[in-house]
Each structure stands twice: as C-alpha cells, then as structure tokens.
Design a protein around this ligand. Structure first.
Ligand SMILES: CC(C)(COP(=O)(O)OP(=O)(O)OC[C@H]1O[C@@H](n2cnc3c(N)ncnc32)[C@H](O)[C@@H]1OP(=O)(O)O)[C@@H](O)C(=O)NCCC(=O)NCCS
Length: 150
C-alpha cells in the first residue's frame, strides 16, 4: 500500500459498519448508538451539511474517517466555522500519514464552501491526540470549557 492507492471520498450511509468497526478497534468498546445518532444527523438533517470523509484502499477497505458538522444557518447560509468531532484511523494503518491527509482533505473541502475556522474538542489527558492535532496546525482556542461536577 502506498499513498497513491488511497482514495479520499465523502462518507456514505453504507460506511456505517466500517466506521463503527474502526472506532471499536481504537477504543476497544462499541459506540454504535453514538454513530447511529451521528449518521442520522448528517444524512437526514436539513440543518447540517454532512462533512465527513473516509480514506479508502483500492480494494474498498475503509482505513480511516473524519466526521464533522457544518451548520447551515437561517436561509441555508453556511456558517464560517465548522466542527471536527471524530477522527479515527484503523490502528493497522497508523503512521502512514492517513490521519494528516484526512485532515487536509477535510480542510480543503470546507474551505471551498467558505469555512474560515475548524474547531475540535480533545480530552486534556489525551496527549497523543493533542500532539497529532498540534502537528496538524491546530492551536488551543482562547475560550475554555468550564464544568462543575454534581
Ligand atoms: C490520531 C490518529 C488519527 C492519527 O492517525 P495516523 O494516520 O496514524 O496519523 P499520521 O500518520 O498522519 O500521523 C501520525 C504520526 O505518524 C507520523 N508519520 C506520518 N507518516 C509517516 C511515515 N510514512 N512513516 C513514519 N511515520 C509517519 C507522523 O509524523 C505522526 O507522528 P507524530 O505523531 O510523532 O507527529 C489515529 O492514531 C487515531 O485514530 N487515534 C485515535 C483517535 C481517537 O481517539 N478517536 C476516537 C475519538 S475522536
């Protein structure tokens, strides 16, 4: 496998099993309910533009994915800020630049519809993921989430 055999394309509803499978391989727990809700929102909602991509090997194997949302404001006008809420690369294909390419394709795709900023949330303790985003030019935002545990 090399980079030229990898295709980046928009996610389809049929990718559900592959996405859930990769996520389960990463987290070692199934989150099919979470993805059911996400797929429902992305592919059925009129308020959100589905901005999700997969990296696919020539034989059709899905190796990774990135999912985000672009809220279409009133009158269907795109906002200039979008979110990247889930990224996953099959652990068997890590460190081949697929994650980086997914981010770049995602940015290109959103840039074309006028998005200026992409935000994401990362667990403070997930240093590997923070490092990955930082290597891909994501910087800490100037707002912080506050919470109080009950
Ligand atoms: C973070 C993640 C997306 C990275 O995917 P990836 O495809 O391995 O990413 P890349 O290959 O672009 O980059 C990873 C590292 O490999 C390195 N790399 C890239 N191409 C390489 C190559 N050809 N040879 C060796 N190393 C390479 C990069 O420099 C990077 O190193 P660094 O982290 O030290 O900077 C992936 O590990 C993942 O899915 N993690 C889990 C995320 C998660 O928790 N998801 C669920 C909740 S959102």
């Amino acid at each position: 496998m090399n980079e030229s055999t990898i295709k980046f394309r928009l996610m389809k509803p049929d990718d559900f099993d592959a996405v859930v499978g990769i996520d389960e391989k990463i987290l070692k727990a199934s989150r099919s309910e979470y993805y059911e809700q996400k797929f429902e929102k992305l592919f059925k909602s009129k308020d959100y533009l589905p901005v999700s991509l997969v990296a696919e090997e020539k034989d059709g194997t899905v190796m990774g994915f990135v999912m985000g949302e672009l809220y279409m404001g009133e009158y269907g006008i795109f906002q200039d800020e979008a979110s990247l809420d889930t990224i996953g690369v099959d652990p068997d294909f890590n460190h081949k630049g697929i994650g980086k390419q997914l981010i770049n394709e995602f940015m290109d795709h959103l840039g074309k519809v006028g998005v200026q900023k992409i935000s994401t949330l990362v667990d403070w303790n997930d240093s590997k993921l923070i490092h990955f985003f930082s290597a891909n030019q994501f910087n800490p935002s100037k707002t912080i989430n506050l919470e109080r545990i009950l």
